[in-house]
Design a protein around this ligand. Structure first.
Ligand SMILES: CC(C)(COP(=O)(O)OP(=O)(O)OC[C@H]1O[C@@H](n2cnc3c(N)ncnc32)[C@H](O)[C@@H]1OP(=O)(O)O)[C@@H](O)C(=O)NCCC(=O)NCCS
Length: 207
């Protein structure tokens, strides 16, 4: 099966759209809770227990985080998070991704990334930051694909994505994934979590 065939089959199965706040955020929670052990480790830098994930999703529901989801049959199977800039010390919006194993390597992460960039541009952001574990080859590949220049430090790789250097976005609309979206997508832990974590446990500067 070539990339275009894979894209068409995804388009037939799922949609990509922004979750409504706060009522649809339980869908994010349930998605994150379905991640397997290794994925949780990669996604949350080692924080893997259910109660952490439940609190994390609750926090996202009321702190202005935008969640763009890949949805199949009413179930969120992939998510891209755009955290508000005020959660990072240098006011850069942080982003993060998660795709369940059953739909990986089919372009879902790429579709979500593309939509997230369009959303960030519509908010007037000029740059985004992504942080992931050095060992996380999948996320590094995905970030590189969208122009992140990752640098390595203390077991993390961090990269900024300069939105002014990207091609003009498609208009942001409540998205039904079209074969064209998917075809384009096929071609093409971050500090916010630490901040969220610190706030959740009452250790943060702004807690
Ligand atoms: C990282 C993640 C979101 C990628 O999602 P995905 O839907 O599989 O991504 P895509 O199918 O769009 O693949 C994107 C690119 O990464 C590459 N890639 C994906 N998985 C890879 C892997 N395990 N090793 C090497 N490259 C990989 C793909 O080949 C693709 O490149 P291409 O288009 O040039 O072929 C997914 O693996 C995941 O959720 N991991 C666990 C959570 C996590 O690590 N989150 C990151 C913290 S911010």
């Amino acid at each position: 099966m070539n990339h275009e065939d894979i894209s068409r089959s995804l388009a037939a199965r799922g949609t990509v759209r922004t979750l409504r706040q706060p009522e649809e955020l339980p869908l994010l929670r349930d998605h994150l809770l379905r991640l397997d052990r290794d994925s949780r480790y990669d996604r949350f830098h080692g924080f893997m227990d259910d109660s952490f994930i439940e609190r994390y999703a609750e926090k996202c529901a009321d702190d202005g985080t935008v969640v763009i989801a890949y949805i199949e049959g009413g179930v969120v199977r992939g998510a891209a998070e755009l955290h508000p800039p005020d959660q990072s010390p240098d006011s850069l919006p942080e982003i993060a991704f998660s795709v369940e194993a059953c739909v990986r390597r089919q372009g879902v992460g790429s579709i979500l990334f593309r939509k997230l960039i369009a959303e960030a541009r519509s908010k007037g952001y000029h740059s985004l930051r992504i942080t992931t574990g050095v060992q996380n080859q999948a996320m590094r590949a995905l970030a590189n694909k969208f122009g992140a220049h990752l640098t390595f430090r203390h077991g993390e790789s961090t990269g900024n994505i300069d939105l002014t250097a990207q091609p003009q976005p498609e208009p942001v609309k409540p998205a039904i994934v079209t074969p064209a979206d998917l075809a384009r997508a096929m071609i093409g832990f971050n500090r916010a979590y630490w901040k969220l974590l610190l706030r959740m446990y009452g250790w943060g500067r702004t807690a």
